[in-house]
Design a protein around this ligand. Structure first.
Ligand code: CA
Length: 239
């Protein structure tokens, strides 16, 4: 793919006026787009088209956003931004492992949404480059913390030799903290360095949710962690 090829975004949205508003802004932002007006059509397009990012409404006819998201995730790593109608819906889905990379709440600011689209595409394309060259440049680059082992070349995490199944976001957070062992970071810093947001665009609760999911997977007692620790008043670090 050439560098100046337009990025293509799938809009899955049943409200026509919102879909059109998104389409116009994506076009002005230099993106190609396609629109699906219900969950089934969205899933089919997501799986058959080559999209760089999916904007996925939560409340959709035929198949809702959760179902579309988890079924896309069985096959593809395309970044997904979930669009929810209310803050409380967003709180609810932040607690679920839907596989979405990011969440925005309606009504959203177009400027903020465009920044998030850019950050998510940038993060996913830099990962592809790392994966493609990984076996050469990072071969044998494994960080070990007692029983925890993080293979930066293979994207593998093991605990006492047993593989730990992590989402992309969980993997990115733990590998970032592992590369900076013992160094605490604030949630805002982690949003910037791991999630790729500039300023305060992201939602710091996303960091807390990812930390608690990671703890549930790697800690013997998640309420009394030994690896992923909280530095009181500052943030998180790996020890
Ligand atoms: Ca809707």
């Amino acid at each position: 793919m050439s560098a100046n090829e337009k990025k293509k975004i799938l809009i899955v949205e049943d409200e026509n006026n919102i879909a059109q508003l998104l389409a116009v802004n994506l076009m002005l932002g230099g993106y190609d787009y396609d629109i699906a007006y219900d969950g089934e059509a969205g899933l089919e397009k997501a799986l058959t088209g080559q999209f760089d990012l999916i904007l996925l409404d939560l409340m959709l006819p035929k198949l809702n956003g959760y179902e579309v998201c988890s079924r896309v995730r069985e096959k593809l790593n395309t970044p997904i931004i979930m669009v929810t109608a209310r803050e409380e819906e967003k709180d609810k889905i932040l607690g679920l492992d839907t596989g979405a990379d990011d969440y925005v709440t309606k009504p959203f600011s177009i400027g903020e949404l465009m920044s998030r689209i850019k950050a998510n595409i940038r993060r996913s394309s830099s990962e592809t480059v790392i994966k493609e060259t990984g076996s050469d440049t990072h071969h044998g680059d494994v960080i070990r913390v007692r029983d925890l082992s993080i293979d930066l070349g293979k994207y593998d995490v093991t605990l006492s030799g047993e593989p730990v199944s992590l989402s992309k976001q969980e993997y990115e957070l733990i590998s970032f903290l592992a590369k900076n062992l013992g160094q605490p970071y604030t949630r805002e810093q982690l949003l910037e360095k791991v999630w790729g947001y500039e300023g305060f665009l992201g939602d710091i609760r996303a960091v807390d949710v990812t930390v608690s999911r990671l703890r549930a997977k790697i800690e013997r007692d998640p309420s009394n962690p030994e690896y992923l620790l909280t530095k009181r008043g500052i943030g998180y670090y790996l020890k």
